[in-house]
Write a protein that binds this ligand. Structure first.
Ligand SMILES: NC(=O)C1=CN([C@@H]2O[C@H](COP(=O)(O)OP(=O)(O)OC[C@H]3O[C@@H](n4cnc5c(N)ncnc54)[C@H](OP(=O)(O)O)[C@@H]3O)[C@@H](O)[C@H]2O)C=CC1
Ligand SMILES: CC(C)(CO)C(=O)C(=O)O
Length: 339
């Protein structure tokens, strides 16, 4: 099986490195310094037990350079998907499976799916339907990522927690391609069940990300900091109640209580969420597909989401401030004030 990984940051890097270390033929599509480092010295991964290994992968900077993959794993942030869509399409055969590994509500959510919103696009996730135009739903294998990672520098990734990659066809069927991709991921050490209802897993993960990520980004707190703080727990609980109410309108139920879900997140420990990592790196923030999507859906299904909307609007401002480059300047000024 020939596997491509597009976007080699924390998650794409961990998945690519572990597949390659398990003997798979892996090509990564990366850019700039990251591409140069991987092409020069391989893709280095610090495993959860602290071992550092270097995976040999083919590295490419241009989609024109390689094609004909059986599986294309796309691990850019959700707001970066429209920019890679046509490149992903260009490296696919007729029967290539595309596995978009983003947090949040996926761009394919209402496709191959019944219900009142069937076939609709969520603008917060896929503005103008650009992702779905490039990557049609029939190509997609849904995945939900229950793990955590960081990228300390070009060509380097660090696996900090979890090995869960839940996989499923959008229409819930058990197919040959689903079994093959799940088997390859299991052989690379991931806990990868093939599921009949991937959408329930989407919501289970989103339940956390839509609240933890913005709170961590705004307060510079880790998951353990948030979950151990009584005030923050109240805010998280309010956000999660709103998410449950929106999900219930779409027929989704959760397999645990809000208290349990918060405790599960707290056990990940002092992990900086991917959104906090982006604040610190001065990158654009992945807020629309996480919190923004639930606010948009709440309005569509008639469920008020005041706590989520407050978090969403505050992080949108943070996003603009981060991207303007003014965040560190302001911190320095504040530090310099007398008294
Ligand atoms: N980090 C974590 O712990 C977790 C993250 N997730 C989710 O996984 C997804 C990926 O996140 P994460 O790995 O953290 O993100 P990163 O920012 O670490 O990685 C994204 C990578 O995509 C690359 N990229 C973006 N645009 C392009 C492009 N046009 N061409 C080539 N490469 C591109 C970036 O390149 P460059 O380096 O040049 O910017 C970067 O290397 C997100 O949806 C996130 O929410 C899920 C679970 C945990
Ligand atoms: C926090 C974590 C690891 C799990 O909720 C995550 O998905 C993220 O960092 O974006």
């Amino acid at each position: 099986m020939r596997i491509a990984v597009v976007g080699v940051g924390a998650i794409g890097g961990i998945v690519a490195a572990r597949l390659a270390l398990a003997g798979k033929d892996v090509t990564v599509f990366a850019r700039g310094e990251n591409h140069a480092a991987i092409a020069r010295g391989g893709l280095a991964i610090t495993q959860m037990d602290g071992r550092r290994e270097v995976a040999r992968v083919h590295a490419s900077e241009r989609f024109e350079d390689a094609k004909g993959f059986d599986v294309v794993i796309v691990a850019v942030k959700s707001h970066q998907l429209p920019a890679v869509g046509s490149g992903v399409a260009a490296i696919c055969n007729d029967d290539t499976a595309v596995v978009p590994m983003q947090n949040g509500l996926p761009f394919w959510y209402f496709h191959e799916h019944g219900g009142a919103l069937a076939g609709s696009t969520v603008e917060s996730v896929d503005p103008g339907g650009k992702c779905l135009g490039a990557i049609p739903a029939r190509r997609v294998l849904g995945v939900v990522t229950f793990m955590a990672g960081e990228r300390p520098g070009p060509g380097e990734v660090k696996h900090t927690g979890g090995e869960g990659l839940r996989l499923g066809e959008l229409d819930g069927r058990s197919t040959q391609r689903l079994e093959s991709v799940a088997t390859e991921l299991r052989n690379a050490g991931f806990k990868c069940p093939a599921l009949e209802d991937i959408r329930n897993e989407v919501w289970l993960k989103l339940w956390g990300n839509a609240v933890f990520n913005p709170i961590s980004a705004l307060t510079h707190s880790t998951l353990a900091d948030i979950c151990n703080d009584p005030d923050a727990r109240k805010l998280v609980t309010q956000g999660m109640m709103e998410i449950s109410a929106v999900a219930a309108k779409l027929g989704v139920t959760f397999p645990m209580t809000i208290e349990n879900r918060i405790d599960v997140a707290g056990r990940i420990g002092h992990h900086k969420t991917s959104m906090l990592q982006d604040v610190e790196a001065g990158n654009a923030l992945e807020i629309d597909a996480l919190t923004g999507a639930v606010v948009e859906l709440g309005a569509k299904v008639g469920v008020p989401t005041p706590a989520l909307e407050a978090l969403y609007r505050a992080v949108k401002l943070l996003d603009r401030t981060v991207r303007s480059g003014n965040l560190s300047v302001r911190a320095e000024r504040r530090g310099g004030l007398p008294g």
